[in-house]
Design a protein around this ligand. Structure first.
Ligand code: FE2
Length: 423
């Protein structure tokens, strides 16, 4: 007797199949005739692996307007506002905001998140809070924590020491922010230092790298070199990489092969970088997204990250990775159907690869985490960003939504336009 069967759904590759679940495992994908305690009819619906967000800041989530609204809309004013808020916020406040956000995430089929935790303040309340959140949501949502020295590894007096303290407390991933160190030299040295720490501890490494419009901010070159030197390929990611938008094309033609050689991955964050970058420009105004298609053409794994929801840097956000893919495909001009389908993969399977979540996928033996969407295909899902009808995490139904049957049909024929309804 099975626990659950998802019947007749369309998989992202176009196959129609049943998915059999027992315990927290997918035990079969194909025609399933074994009886089950529950059967969910997914005929005509897309059944996909869960959405994954490889770049987020959960210690700041849902704090928009505290202590003030970001008047200039810039990254630097956001950092300054956060610098005030992080010392005012209690552990309980951060836990409450983060757990609320995790509920939003689950309702959207977002079941794994990598969140950077600011390790700058000596009190490390953010680390304490996020470790507690990770423990609480573990039954249904996987959190990876990154030790993130927001004010610089060296620029902040205790920056390096606090990264090590956070890792000792159980934070999973080594962070970094080389473009925020005092000089280019110190930024490069921070990367050499952090790469050694990641290698010695056998940890993953994820760096806020070159999140600037300065075309001469070239820390990604040093990062790629250190990833190659220490053999960190596959477990190192460069987040943002926005300076690459403004770099000279000839230099980029040398840079991309170095990144590909290293095996490191890339995480652009289109919702945030389209709004934060180019703020010092008049016109033409740069859009600040890194070179997504060009990296993919070189074989570099590129996912889409969300970065922020209602915090000092961003006044919007829904926990919907399809919003992220939708913005990303516009800014990166990925409008071909194959590119739209790739954008869906980026927020599901590629992001899982970036985070090292090899247990996920719609295959026999994999963890039974998946989402049923009110759309017929990945490209339609990216276009409509439709309702998540059912979300299953580790074998358990964690969110359900009634199908919207009140579709408009002015012609009298069944309407084909599906709509999204917020929780
Ligand atoms: Fe970030």
């Amino acid at each position: 007797m099975l626990d659950l069967v998802i019947k007749g759904g369309t998989l992202p590759d176009g196959r129609v199949a049943d998915i059999a679940i027992k315990g927290d495992r997918i035990v079969d994908v194909g025609p399933v005739t074994t009886p089950a305690a529950r059967v969910i009819d997914a005929s005509g619906d897309l059944v996909a692996p869960p959405f994954i967000d490889p770049h987020f800041h959960m210690d700041a989530v849902l704090s928009y307007g505290k202590p003030r609204v970001n008047a200039s809309g810039t990254l630097l004013e956001g950092i300054s506002l956060w610098g005030e808020l992080r010392d005012q916020a209690s552990v309980d406040d951060m836990v409450t905001r983060a757990v609320t956000y995790c509920d939003w995430a689950v309702s959207m089929g977002l079941l794994a998140i990598r969140t950077h935790v600011d390790t700058t303040p000596d009190h490390l309340r953010g680390v304490e809070a996020m470790l507690e959140v990770k423990r609480r949501v573990a039954p249904y949502l996987d959190l990876q924590l990154v030790a993130f020295p927001q004010d610089g590894l060296y620029r902040s007096k205790t920056g390096r020491q606090n990264v090590l303290r956070a890792l000792d407390m159980g934070v999973d991933v080594v962070g970094g922010i080389p473009h925020f160190e005092r000089t280019m030299d110190e930024g490069a040295e921070s990367l050499r230092d952090l790469a050694r720490i990641a290698a010695e501890r056998g940890l993953m490494w994820d760096v806020h790298c070159d999140e600037t419009d300065d075309p001469m901010s070239r820390h990604v070159e040093t990062m790629a070199r250190e990833v190659t030197r220490h053999g960190l390929g596959g477990r190192a990611a460069g987040s943002h990489l926005t300076s690459m938008h403004s770099m000279d094309n000839y230099y980029v033609s040398k840079l991309l092969p170095l990144i590909a050689e290293s095996g490191m991955t890339a995480i652009p964050n289109p919702l945030i970088n389209i709004t934060l970058q180019g703020r010092h420009d008049t016109y033409p105004k740069r859009r600040g997204l890194t070179r997504v298609k060009e990296m993919q053409a070189m074989g570099i794994a590129v996912g889409w990250g969300q970065d922020c929801v209602l915090d000092p840097w961003y006044s919007l956000g829904t926990a919907d990775m399809l919003d992220v893919a939708f913005m990303g495909l516009h800014v990166a001009q990925m409008t071909h159907p194959a590119e739209m389908a790739r954008c869906f993969d980026m927020v599901t399977t590629v992001n899982a690869q970036i985070m090292g979540l090899s247990d996920l996928g719609l295959r026999k033996g994999a963890c039974a985490s998946l989402v049923v969407l009110d759309s017929g295909s990945p490209t339609e899902a990216v276009r409509l960003r439709p309702d998540r009808l059912c979300v299953i995490s580790k074998g358990k139904v964690v969110s359900e939504k009634a199908r919207n049957d009140s579709r408009l049909s002015l012609s009298g024929r069944p309407a084909t336009v599906r709509r999204r309804h917020q929780p």
